[in-house]
Design a protein around this ligand. Sequence first.
Ligand code: GYE
Length: 331
Amino acid sequence: MLKKALAGIGAGALLLGAAACGSGDDSSGDDSGSGDGLVVGFAQVGAESAWRTANSDSVQASAEADDRIADLQFVDAQQDQEKQIEAVRNFITQRVDVIVLAPVVETGWTDILGEAEQAGIPVILADRGIEQADEDLYVTRLGSDFVEEGRKAGQWTVETFADDDSTRILELEGTVGSAPANDRKTGFYEILDSEGLSYDLVDSQSGDFTAEGGKSVMETFISTHGLDDIDLLYAHNDEMGLGAIQAIEEAGKVPGEDIQIIIVDGSKAGFEAAVDGKVNYIVECNPVFGDQLMDLVVDVAGGEEFDKFIAVEEGVYGEADFEAELPNRQF
Ligand code: GYE
């Protein structure tokens, strides 16, 4: 309570700072609204996937269209935590009104978020989360329920392979230590175990959420284990799944038939592969939350309180939906 009230005062006081800095500042941002709009710093993960690019576009477009936002300072951290920490430190030095952080990994944020707190600048996590021990250091997280996404993938697996003796699984994990990699794994095996599916996790490695990573890990999987005895590939995002599909085809096998494939995100490219029969199940992860984020920024700057997690809505898509859904995809 007290902390929230202080955060509110801090943000209010900083409006004056932002106004002062808006008039003489050297940023390329639009200063037409100088003095009566918020200055927001956004430390984005990188540009590793279609999801990420759509997310950056959504946040930037929403900020630009929003009169309540004077300037969005956008930093692409190239999947590097050090660069994100540097960006946040810069935002603190500039005394922005609100910091938005999409943390590349879950740990290692205590010091820098403590500095933001000291400076009275509220922090919103967008997309990915951080470890629970640091929960007091941010106001709320707006993003997906990654454990739930993993459960959805697990549910389909249980239903699809219920009659098999033992389902042999390969897993392509996202960035090591990231919330979606940790949680998509947790939710998936939680369901397989609780539903009593008999399975064998043949191999599981990180492809860093990139197509190149997915392809090269899949090549290693194929040379180590072959593909003849593999039933399912669970890829934590579209890019890794699409990279793996290339590797499978180059090995002379038919993705979607010789090996069933689940991907998470639901980009256009992912749906196209699904329409071609190369992907069997898509768990949606929605990156288009720029408008929702701007509302949140304004409310947080005004000192409003929120639950620690605000969920973005998302669905799942099977074979019967791929064709009809493809034209609706926004990224
Ligand atoms: O699934 C993946 C991206 O954090 C939800 O990051 C995001 C994930 C998304 O690289 O494609």
